[in-house]
Design a protein around this ligand. Structure first.
Ligand code: ADP
Ligand code: MG
Length: 695
């Protein structure tokens, strides 16, 4: 039973060998208490039970070696460094240190015996290890650590693995005298054969000599599963708590507006699909409540999410309130602004656009119109949540392409409403469809609606995969398509994350295509152009004053020009599935048969080959997301910031997906019957910085 100050909450400095200097470094890793150390879990293991003779080392090996120091010298080759040559009779190895102290230098003297571990690299004369872990071998220091698997911990600069192992050893020793509190009633665990919390911790920090490296590497050992379950539960609780916090706030109950909405729908050139209607009804019900809506709308690219967002904005305005729509790129914000202005002007609703490009007087004017309430709808990028942008009565916040934003940003925008004493409703839209179990975990704070139907009359995009060597044929196909009044996007890949290089690549392609296709009207669009230029070019393409738009991936999300029906993607082998699917989603929006050409260059990696095959075989965003999940894992698929999932230590959402239904049940139970166990679990597993509830 816990004492008043449970031992696991004592600071790390109470562990043997930890002073204030080390404690500061540990704090960078979030390790402040003994409990933090115990739950700082290895992310992999190394088998160091075999010592490799120096003569059989090869570049790239990570190996344990032993040898006697033959030579130890400080040299200046570019920078000061300590070189230590060791030998074991079978061969030589150089140890190279760039950071070293005087004591270390004296210790590594000729004649002493060392055991080292590190990665073998090719050196100038011999093989070498840079900053290996090493220990001196003395008669009274037999090397016992190496008969178990060696845990490798997440580390940071200035803290060596050996140090982290000492630390966990000390914490585990404490654990033998003072047990750690288990917050999970035994009957919540899905498998009664799982080890206790205590035993599980011992096992993952120090797997016994007979442990199966395979089982552990696969993350399937019961000790790992026991901890993974608790971790997933903590994640779930953290998101549920965030949701609860938000739901406890007051919001605006939006009841009016059916006339205006009807009027709007009558001006649309199409009828809402039944999926759009169903999702809108769900949203409308939420908006009628006096607690904030927290709803995620999932819909594949082209399913028509924008018009649903417009309905929500109109509803807010009809009730005398304001709405804000945030998009991840300027280009998309500009397009949304154009659509909204076109749609809402006939209803006498004032729409303003605010992006990073607005400065000085223009920005001040926009801000004034929002603060005075003259403008009812704001469309923008990140620029919307700068602290000096104020609304008079913000009731609805819409976030488009949510995977590009973090939870933090979403919460910041929500704070824009509080000058009224109430919080706005939140509508979040994403084209990244994810499997249900994953959604339960990743979006535990949100209600989910799915637009699972495309507008009628779309024909699936036909995708072909073509080597770069056949580029001439593609140029001819583009010519023919344009002569039949169709329009073409030709996309260059992002180059090493550099807008400048990408822009240059686009310019080169633009020049080449113009000379190859002199009879066509070709335009160029890239991220380094200013907003006006971009706007002008998009406008020209949209109104069919251009046949071909050569662009960087700035057009990836959201861009909507229904007459464009051919998409050519350069270096498609470099792009991920989600990006390819988004880009392809720019065509197939009208009734014409659309096609997508994926140009690639050799050599193709296995993963790239698989991706291209998947793109050729399916147009279904769900199917593609499923493959993407297998290839990249959920952390990357969902983005690294917007969920608490990426910081998972032992759990893996794919591998441990079977635990999720039980995790849900356990979360329900704890929140209802053991609410005082929730906070301790969050402290244990979810770092302060990831506790979204508190912005
Ligand atoms: P996304 O879900 O990818 O954001 P958009 O909102 O950009 O999709 O819509 C794609 C295209 O489909 C737009 O041109 C839009 O006007 C059109 N659209 C939306 N809803 C319908 C509908 N019910 N019937 C026909 N076209 C529609
Ligand atoms: Mg969209």
């Amino acid at each position: 039973m816990p004492s008043l100050t449970p031992h696991e909450f004592r600071p790390v400095t109470t562990l043997r060998g930890v002073g204030t200097a080390l404690a500061e470094k540990l704090a960078v890793l979030g390790l402040r208490t003994i409990q933090d150390v115990l739950f700082h879990l290895p992310y992999r293991y190394e088998d160091r039970t075999q010592t490799i003779p120096l003569g059989s080392l090869q570049t790239g090996m990570r190996a344990v070696v032993e040898g006697e120091v033959q030579l130890s010298e400080v040299t200046f080759r570019g920078r000061r460094q300590l070189l230590v040559r060791i030998s074991d009779g079978s061969g030589w190895l150089t140890l190279r240190f760039f950071h070293f102290g005087a004591a270390q230098q004296t210790q590594l003297a000729r004649g002493i015996k060392l055991r080292c571990f590190g990665e073998v690299r090719a050196g100038q004369k011999t093989l070498e290890m840079v900053h290996p872990e090493y220990r001196r071998i003395t008669p009274d220091n037999p090397m016992v650590e190496s008969n178990t698997l060696t845990p490798i911990y997440p580390a940071t600069e200035g803290i060596q693995q050996a140090r982290l192992r000492q630390l966990s050893t000390a914490a585990l020793q404490e654990l033998q005298h003072n047990s750690i509190r288990d917050w999970l009633p035994a009957d919540l665990l899905p498998d009664p054969r799982w080890p206790t919390l205590q035993a599980a911790l011992h096992y993952v920090h120090r797997p016994p000599p007979d442990a199966s490296l395979e089982l552990i590497a696969a993350g399937r050992h019961p000790a790992q599963r026991r901890l993974a379950f608790e971790e997933l539960l903590a994640q779930q609780l953290s998101l549920r708590q965030l949701r609860q916090d938000i739901k406890n706030d007051a919001s605006w109950s939006l009841l009016q507006g059916s006339e205006l909405l009807k009027q709007f729908c009558n001006t649309l050139p199409f009828q809402l699909t039944s999926a759009q209607q169903r999702v809108w009804q769900e949203i409308e019900q939420d908006l009628a409540q006096s607690q904030p809506m927290l709803r995620l709308v999932q819909g594949d690219v082209g399913s028509g999410k924008t018009v649903v967002a417009a309905l929500a904005a109109i509803k807010a305005v009809a009730c005398g309130m304001q709405a804000a729509l945030m998009a991840p790129t300027e280009l998309l914000a500009e397009q949304h602004a154009r659509n909204f202005q076109r749609w809402l002007a006939p209803l006498n609703i004032d729409v303003v656009l605010l992006t990073g490009k607005h400065t000085g007087k223009a920005r001040t004017a926009i801000m004034e119109s929002l603060a005075s309430g003259k403008a009812s709808v704001a469309i923008g990028t990140h620029a919307l949540f700068q602290s000096d942008v104020l609304f008079t009565k913000l009731a609805v916040v819409i976030i488009d392409e949510q995977h590009r934003f973090g939870v933090h940003q979403r919460l910041l925008l929500r704070e824009k409403g509080i000058n009224t004493g109430r919080y706005p409703h939140q509508l979040i839209m994403t084209a990244t469809p994810i499997p249900r179990t994953l959604a339960m975990s990743a979006y535990a704070d949100l209600d989910v609606s799915v637009i699972d139907e495309l507008p009628p009359g779309r024909t699936p995009v036909q995708t072909v995969v073509v080597p770069d060597s056949r580029r001439d044929e593609i140029v001819q196909r583009v010519r023919e398509a344009c002569l039949q009044q169709r329009q073409v996007y030709w996309v260059c890949p992002l180059i090493e994350e550099s807008e400048l290089l990408s822009a240059q690549a686009a310019e080169d392609l633009y020049t080449t295509l113009r000379s190859a296709l002199p009879e066509l009207r070709i335009e160029l669009l890239h991220g380094r152009m200013n907003a006006k230029q971009k706007d002008l070019i998009m406008e020209r393409f949209k109104s069919h004053e251009a046949d071909v738009l050569v662009a960087t991936t700035v057009i990836e999300v959201g861009v909507d020009v229904p007459n464009a029906s051919v998409m050519v993607i350069e270096n498609a082998e470099r792009m991920g599935l989600a990006q390819l699917h988004q880009l392809r989603g720019r065509v197939g929006r009208g009734s014409a048969q659309s096609s997508c050409v994926l140009l690639y260059q050799y050599p193709l990696s296995d993963v790239a080959r698989t991706r291209l095959r998947i793109m050729r075989e399916t147009n279904d965003g769900f199917e593609i997301a499923r493959h993407d999940l297998e290839i990249r894992g959920p952390g990357e698929l969902l983005g690294t910031r917007q969920t608490g999932l990426v910081q998972l230590r032992v759990a893996d959402l794919m591998r441990d997906a079977d635990l999720l239904p039980q995790v849900q049940k356990a979360a329900d139970f704890l929140l209802k019957d053991k609410p005082d166990h929730v906070e301790p679990l969050l402290t244990r597993w979810v770092g302060q910085s990831e506790r979204f509830g508190k912005v």
